[in-house]
Each structure stands twice: as structure tokens, then as C-alpha cells.
Write a protein of this length. Sequence first.
Length: 398
Amino acid sequence: MNRAVPTLTDVRHNKLCYSKDRMCAHPRQCPIHNYGGGHITVIHHHAPSAYQVRSDIQHGQFGYKGRAKILLQRSFDHGETWPQEHEVVIWDDSLPLEEKRAILQRADDPSVAREEIDLSSPDSSVYFARPATGPEGADGRPALECYAFRSGDRGHTWETVPTRVSAPSGLDYVHIDAGPWAQFSDGTQLVVGSVGGDQSNTALAVYGTDDSGLSWKYLAEVANDPTGRGRPTYGVLLLLPSGRLQCYMLNIQGIRNAIQISYSDDGGYSWSQPQPLVTWGQSPWASLTRKYAWSGARRQGVLYRSPWPLRLRDGRIVVIFGRRHLPFGMGLIVSDDDGATWSAEAVIRADASDWDLGYPVATQLDDGRIFTAYYYTQDDGNTFGGTRHIASSVFRLG
């Protein structure tokens, strides 16, 4: 069955954070907020990079993230400009290990007073950090841990005493991206994250809080890969007006390499089997030019990465994703029936020089346009395909 092709108009691209001696990446692991009137905040990992050796751009806490600051940028004109004087550093992974441990150990001290922050307020935010600050393993490296930092004033200030988020019993790993939480009418919240015994074999699970983020409790598993050879990841929740809770995710290897959806009608305790949202045989990418890729571009990249769902005010749901296979870029799919059926893919842009890109966040602007921010690579003379920077696209969806 042929699927309708979404129409994008008034497409414009911009740079939020760009410097040839910096690697700026992974905004999807941090929250985005739209406070209205043009006031938007976007957060990303911001690290020095010489772009000389592979470790300069290597991902993970033992790559560039281990020397990165978590940088909040703020715009007051619908994402057109991002004044440096309004930037805020939420967390600094470049601090010495023992200094980071001393900060995080406050989470385990019951005598330390906690701030009163109402997570049901539209001015609140949570950043889930994943520092390498745990006990050293057999390889001599500290284990990854998970901590939540809250803000109650639109991200201007952040609490100095975080909340430890623990893996479910029998597991030792939890990673929560700071996607929009599901806000329930009773004032409670739900988030989704990856859990597992190691990072290569994980499931998706939901965590809830009924005390405004002073604690986060494991509630239920959302999905795993039945083959045992792959993993679902990049979960984001949407709570529909009907009360149905949806989880959008990507399955990597295993049963399929595809964007998936699962749903719950009991607040997250039980979930449907994941179903793919994309289809083969109607690709808008196949006929596009590959001229933008640098000569050393890696060609083994995947078709989909890090999907981000956004429910528009007219009820349509847009899922934005990165494409890491030639031609490299950003794309989307659309549903106009709350996820029952989906469109063909549409291209937002296809001019990246390498597959090191993606991790989008998105919001709808006051005038109905869609704003999305992500990290991107364009050949500008730096090695490994060019400078990794935070870019944005703004467009109207026909």
C-alpha cells in the first residue's frame, strides 16, 4: 500500500552552537522546553575537540562526553538567536573524578535538605546525568551511574543535590534520556529509559515519581528484543488525550532495525508488542545526491536513529529521526490518527558529510511551525568529516 508523502514548506536551517575546536552533540539526551512567546531552551553535550585523532570525536563517557559540559542555551525569538549571556552549565563531566563523586554523594545523604520543586509546573525541568562515577570494574574504569537534577525556574538554576536513579533488581545499568515526561492528572510523572546488565543488551522500562522527583521508581518493562541479538532504545513517551500512553523507540539489530511503537492503557504497567512505523519500498532518499559526503565517509550507517515524537496542536503526531546511511540527514514521518497509520518518509535535509549526527529534540512554535534541534556534521576542513555542531531546522508541515 502506498503511503502519503508529507509536504514540508518554508524550510530553514540554522546553527545553535558551532566552533571548530568544539564537539557539540546529543541534545536528545537532554530536555527541550518551549515556554511560549518565543522562549525556548535546548541543552547539549559541549566539549573541546582538536579533531586530530579518533578519540577526539569518540562517543561515550570514556570519549568526548568525559570532558563535556552539559550546556543549556536559551532563545527568546523562536530559535533564531541564542545569546551566550543566557547559557547555563548544568553539569561538568570534565571535573576530577573525586570532585564529581563528592557532588553526587549528596544524593545518598538523608540529612541534606532538598529543594521544593513542583514537577507539574510548566516551569520545571529534569536532566538525567549518566556520569562514570561508580565503583571501578575489572577494566579499571568507573561504572556508569544515573542521577536526576531538577530545576524549577525554567532552567536558570539547578539543584545541587541530585536524585540517584537505580537499576531494577538484578540489573546494574539505567540510562534515561531527558525526553518529555508523561504528566498525569494526579500530579505524577512517568519517564522511560534503558535498563540492563550491560549497555549492549538492554530493555526499555518506565520509571515513575509521585514526589516531584525526590525519587524515581522502576515500574515496568516496556519492550525487549525477543531474539536476544538486538535491543530497543531511544524511548520517548506520549500521553494521548484519550489516556493511552505511547512509547516510541528504535530497535537496533535483532528482530529489526526500525522505528517502533508500543502502547499502554493502564498507565504504563502493561504494554503491547512493538510494531514498526516505517515501510520499505517508498524511500525519498534513494534518488537524492550523495555529493555532500566527504571522501572518507563511512557507508555502514543505519537508516534510522534516535526517533523523537511530537504531538501537534491539530492532533497530528510527527516523528523526527536521524539518517546515518548515505545520503546522511534528517527525516520524519507523520500520523493523523494517533499512531494507527503512518505516512511515507519525508526529508528535512540530506546535506550532512558523515553519519555522526542525529539525536533530535523538537517543539511546535507559537505560529504552528515545527522547530527541531539536533547535532550535525558538515565538511568544513576539520578531519573526520567536519565539525560536530548543534543545528536546527524550522518548517511548516502541510
